[in-house]
Design a protein around this ligand. Structure first.
Ligand code: SF4
Ligand code: SF4
Length: 277
């Protein structure tokens, strides 16, 4: 089993804004492009154009549909007579349906199970900046680390028989051969909405720490005790009241709309209903 260094003051990591991530996968592609040719490469793909493609991706983006939620107590209130102001307020408290894009990569935990479980010392945490890496020359491909990581952040290369993972682009962030503004992880550089931020989360005065404090950033599943360094910024509340704040159509207008709909052919009536949702 592999030991951990003393906790480092410097804790390099990512802050990911779930409010502005649009799920475009630019980060995942940029990561693959940089790391396939870097110290962690090659990042092989198997059956890339087949029915069951698989491969090594350090960064994966998952998208979820979240159903609309009524405001708390809305059902009870609607059962009783409620004023139009109260109805507007309830509509504003409701959660509209939304799509959430969730980028997932190594969180560079402070007490990573993937390191302590490793029987060869291949997985290790750097004392100087907290980055968790794999020494592929020592890896025997036993996959214990991928079983131990609760975040699914390990990537096994079946072609090479070794484990791989996000390196925080360690061969880029300290690389003096590239311009200083580009010394950031490839995913951060590529994100078109600036939803990804990189910095020292051990320094409370760093830009990333201030951003986390300002936006109430959260760690992923802290109850597991692995102390992930990366933080996620939660989505801002959506404007659920937008519909309620629009002027309510008078009964006359509503009746006219209904009449027009009834005059439409059935296919157009269905299309109108679908687009009006
Ligand atoms: Fe290890 Fe998983 Fe934590 Fe990354 S997220 S340091 S792979 S336990
Ligand atoms: Fe260590 Fe490699 Fe086994 Fe993971 S797969 S536990 S890095 S030897």
């Amino acid at each position: 089993m592999t030991g951990l260094p003393l906790p480092s003051k410097k804790k390099l990591g990512l802050v990911i804004d779930l409010d502005t991530c649009v799920g475009c996968h630019a980060c995942a592609v940029a990561c693959k492009e940089w790391n396939a040719g870097g110290i962690a490469g090659p990042l092989t793909d198997e059956r890339p154009y087949g029915k069951d493609p698989s491969g090594v991706w350090f960064n994966r983006v998952h998208s979820y549909e979240i159903e609309a939620l009524p405001a708390p107590g809305a059902q009870a209130a609607s059962a009783s007579a409620c004023s139009s102001e109260e109805s507007d307020l309830l509509a504003m408290l409701a959660q509209p349906a939304m799509t959430l894009h969730f980028p997932r990569s190594c969180l560079h935990c402070e007490t990573p199970a993937c390191v302590t479980v490793c029987p060869t010392g291949a997985s290790y945490k750097r004392a100087e900046d907290g980055i968790v890496l794999v020494d592929e020359d020592k890896c025997i491909g036993c996959k214990l680390c991928s079983w131990a990581c609760p975040y699914g952040a390990r990537e096994y290369s079946a072609v090479e028989g070794v484990m791989k993972k996000c390196t925080l682009c360690v061969d880029r962030i300290y690389n003096e051969h590239i311009p200083e503004p580009s010394r950031q992880p490839a995913c951060v550089q590529a994100c078109p909405t600036r939803a990804r931020h990189f910095g020292d989360l051990g320094d409370e005065n760093s830009a990333v720490s201030k951003l986390v404090a300002e936006r109430s950033g959260v760690a992923l599943m802290p109850e597991l005790g692995y102390a992930p360094v990366n933080r996620y910024l939660p989505p801002r509340p959506r404007r659920a009241g937008a519909v309620a704040m629009q002027p309510v159509a008078s009964p006359t207008v509503a009746r006219e709309e209904k009449l027009e709909q009834e005059q439409l052919p059935s296919l157009l009536r269905w299309l109108d209903r679908a687009l009006s949702r």
